[in-house]
Ligand binder design. Structure first.
Ligand SMILES: Nc1ncnc2c1ncn2[C@@H]1O[C@H](COP(=O)(O)OP(=O)(O)OP(=O)(O)O)[C@@H](O)[C@H]1O
Ligand SMILES: [Mg+2]
Length: 261
């Protein structure tokens, strides 16, 4: 009996025939993505035709002035907001082909986020907050909390595992949010200002952990940042202005050029 591609794997069709010029060799591929908020007089076109590619095995920084659309772009890539027009492929999956529930499952399994406002659950301890993606995936509670505690310990929070978010400093809350993004070893990690509340040493440790954990051949990391200390960790920097990616530079090439001059 011959099976159709859809019967073998519902998402396989998009792997065979990437539509709209999307690249499925990329971890993320955005083509002419727009996002509009509001209607009538309140209408605001925040993404104005974004073309953006993120390669596997790389850490890509997204930089640009406040209000240029960085968080909106991350939210659209992460499937938390729907694009108004345009096409987005994430880890080979065309987002438009996912139903609401498929999108939730895809996000839970494959994506890790660090939000600009950490979004921790106030009634859960640090370890429980960091364990949320594992609990959502059905991992038994003790194992999930133990795994989350190990990641928190790597981030220097072994003494605060049982603290509630309200009992943690901003930098500590930020590290709990980061642990929650890493704990289930997602293939795409998306971080919005992950070092903004951290001192130099802790910020460095966080970027090292992100690099070590996330940058493998089948993975990718996107970091939005205003923090120039983070630039040393990047493979590529995408510059955004007024709702568009204006240029992308590969750091290795930039470093080589600088060393020749
Ligand atoms: N839900 C919304 N409704 C209306 N406008 C919005 C909404 N979310 C964002 N905006 C507007 O879209 C623009 C881009 O916002 P966004 O949060 O993406 O910027 P950003 O580049 O992340 O800025 P920052 O560096 O300050 O975090 C801003 O002008 C903002 O006011
Ligand atoms: Mg933002």
């Amino acid at each position: 009996m011959t099976q159709t591609i859809e019967e073998i794997s519902p998402s396989a069709r998009s792997l065979v025939a990437p539509p709209y010029g999307l690249s499925h060799d990329s971890a993320v591929s955005c083509k002419q993505v727009t996002k509009e908020f509001g209607t009538g007089e309140n209408r605001a076109l925040v993404l104005r035709g974004v073309d953006f590619d993120v390669r596997f095995g790389e850490m890509t920084l997204l930089v640009g002035p406040s209000g240029c659309g960085k968080t909106t772009l991350l939210s659209v890539i992460a499937g938390l907001l729907d694009a108004t027009t345009g096409h987005i492929s994430v880890l080979g999956q065309n987002l438009a082909e996912l139903s609401g529930s498929e999108s939730v499952t895809f996000r839970r399994k494959s994506l890790g986020f660090v939000f600009q406002q950490y979004n921790l659950l106030p009634a859960l301890t640090a370890a429980e907050n960091a364990a949320v993606p594992l609990l959502a995936a059905g991992v038994p509670r003790k194992r999930a909390v133990d795994q989350a505690s190990a990641v928190l310990s790597d981030l220097g929070l072994e003494h605060r595992l049982r603290a509630l978010p309200s009992q943690l400093s901003g930098g500590q809350q930020q590290r709990v949010a980061l642990a929650r993004a890493l704990v289930h070893e997602p293939r795409l990690i998306v971080c919005d200002e992950p070092t903004s509340a951290l001192d130099h040493e802790t910020g460095h440790a966080v970027m090292e952990l992100l690099t070590k954990t996330a940058v493998r051949n089948d993975r990718a990391v996107i970091v939005v940042t205003h923090d120039s200390r983070v630039f040393d960790f990047a493979d590529r920097i995408a510059h955004m202005d007024d709702g568009r990616i204006t240029r992308t530079e590969a750091l290795e090439e930039a470093r080589l050029t600088a060393s020749r001059n």
